[in-house]
Ligand binder design. Structure first.
Ligand code: ATP
Length: 491
């Protein structure tokens, strides 16, 4: 098995070779940190989306979904704080001219210490602790000193010749129509850096038209854009990416309880995919964003180490309050439930919010990196190996491959019949080229959980051989049972 950094490279190559992910506009040498999903990748991505959407909306009576526009009124981003606060502290190396996000530079160095060994792993924790507390105070001079005293070098120039630390806004902006000048700060239109604000500005629309009663949630899946400086980790950090977010509106004072509940619920969702619990951990934030009174990440062990996959944030009433102030439109909810301590209705208030926010592309990478396995299948007689993607069957791009043993003798006709019977229920793939062994390997590399081979016996007794991807075991089953076997596995 490849080591982890090799594994990451192997996954990137595999994604390209098998039609999962291509660099954007590759014929023009690509565009940094922008990627296209290919014929297999778009299926896997859609399956992840559907799984999230179903569990968040259909399986929660009090959560509904929306699909808001990417463009929003520019004042949205002033109200949300993004114009003033959506900055990352950056530092440039004077020799290489390369720019780094300060937290990434220090985290990368801490990771190197960890890889070096036990003793240094305490050092790594100390270093990260110091970084967190300096970040919490926005102490840029202190952060620069931390970088210098630890002799943290630029990976390109190998020097410690650093500039001062500066803030850098991560939002992309553009112009709207022909009347607006791009120089006019007040009329700048932004590409949304998070989907959440589309939910906040629609809070009352949904609450009223959907007759929603607090507590309730609004979910959304959509594109977000950030002008990330360090953008070299494949789909982990992209400039255009997709988020799956849910804002849960609650009564003020109940936020601690709901925050804990969503922390647990979201981790359970991850585990429900069959990925082992030890691949996940919580990371509580020390430096809280300007809108939060508690926040944590669910981190996943990617081949590049434990990193944020999802954020759970207690956003207080910050966003709705800000929108109320900037729009001059009340963002209140009338709660006619009775408060047992006063015996009166709770009345009007601006709800508090718990947010769950997961990157779809990061989830894709988590699923892909857990599924990817290089297996040595050599025996005394011959050398053999395979790459298999052990996706949870419900996420696999193709569920069933239908393979006639030969192109003759009526076998393709039986195979086509199976295809026609199943393709309305799940994604099937038909192939008659190459040996069965080669076809199996190709399906392993795409993560197809089931292959069926139609052979001469099929003509006699209406059975086929079904081959299971992970165990590679084969069994004879009735054609009539096939659909249910697959449906049970992906249900
Ligand atoms: P990070 O610290 O890694 O930059 P963040 O804390 O800024 O992430 P949030 O603003 O909490 O991220 O966004 C919620 C989720 O959106 C993240 O947990 C992540 O899965 C995803 N996400 C954020 N930025 C990106 C990006 N540039 N590319 C891909 N996914 C992203």
């Amino acid at each position: 098995m490849a080591n982890d950094s090799n594994k990451f490279q192997a996954i990137i190559s595999h994604c390209k070779e098998y039609g999962f992910i291509f660099p954007s506009s590759e014929i023009y040498d690509g565009l940094q940190a922008v990627y296209d999903y290919g014929q297999m990748g778009s299926e896997l991505k859609k399956n992840i989306k559907d799984y999230w959407w179903k569990s968040m909306t259909q399986l929660h009576d009090n959560i509904v979904g929306i699909d808001a526009a990417i463009f929003m009124h520019p004042t949205t981003w002033k109200a949300s704080g993004h114009v003033d606060n959506f900055n990352d502290p950056m530092i440039d190396n004077k020799d290489s001219k390369k720019r780094y996000r300060v937290d990434h530079l220090i985290e990368g160095f801490a990771e190197e210490l960890r890889i070096k060994g036990e003793k240094e792993s305490n050092e790594a924790d100390n270093l990260l602790g110091q970084m967190d507390s300096l970040l919490a105070k926005d102490d840029f001079a202190g952060l620069k000193t931390l970088i210098e005293t630890n002799k943290i070098k630029c990976a390109v120039s190998d020097t410690c010749n650093w500039t001062d630390i500066r803030q850098f806004n991560l939002m992309f902006s553009t112009e709207f129509g022909s009347t607006v000048s791009s120089d006019d700060e007040d009329n700048k239109v932004y590409l949304r850096p998070e989907t959440a604000q589309g939910i906040f500005v629609n809070f009352l629309n949904v609450q009223k038209t959907g007759r929603m009663k607090i507590p309730f949630g609004i979910a959304q899946i959509g594109k977000a854009f950030r002008n990330e400086i360090v953008a070299r980790q494949f789909i982990f950090r992209m400039r255009e990416f997709e988020q799956m977010e849910m804002q849960f509106f609650i009564r003020p004072g109940t936020q601690k309880e709901w925050y804990e509940k969503w922390k647990t619920t979201r981790l359970e969702w991850h585990k429900s995919l069959g990925i082992p619990a030890e691949k996940y951990r919580y990371h509580d934030h020390v430096k809280l964003a300007h809108y939060a009174d508690a926040a944590c990440d669910i981190e996943f062990e990617f081949p590049i180490g434990f990193k944020e996959l999802e954020g759970i944030h207690s956003r207080t009433d910050f966003d709705l309050k800000q929108h109320q102030e900037y729009s001059k439109k009340k963002q209140q909810y009338f709660d006619n439930d009775v408060d047992p301590t006063t015996g009166k209705a709770y009345g009007n208030y601006i709800p508090y919010v718990i947010e769950t926010s997961i990157g779809l592309d990061r989830m894709f990478l988590a699923v892909m990196s857990h599924a990817y396995e290089e297996q040595d299948l050599s025996t005394a007689e011959k050398q053999d190996s395979r790459v298999v993607l052990k996706f949870p069957p419900k996420l696999s791009p193709i569920k069933l491959a239908i393979l006639p043993l030969t192109k003759r003798d009526g076998l393709p006709e039986i195979a086509e019949q199976i295809m026609n019977d199943c393709k309305a229920d799940f994604r099937c793939f038909y192939e008659e080229k190459d040996s069965i062994g080669k076809r199996y390997r190709r399906m392993d590399a795409l993560g197809t959980p089931f292959c069926v081979t139609v052979d001469h016996q099929s003509k006699e007794d209406n059975t086929v051989t079904i081959r299971h991807r992970d165990s590679m075991e084969q069994e004879r089953v009735a054609i009539a049972d096939l659909k249910n076997i697959v449906l049970n596995a992906i249900g």
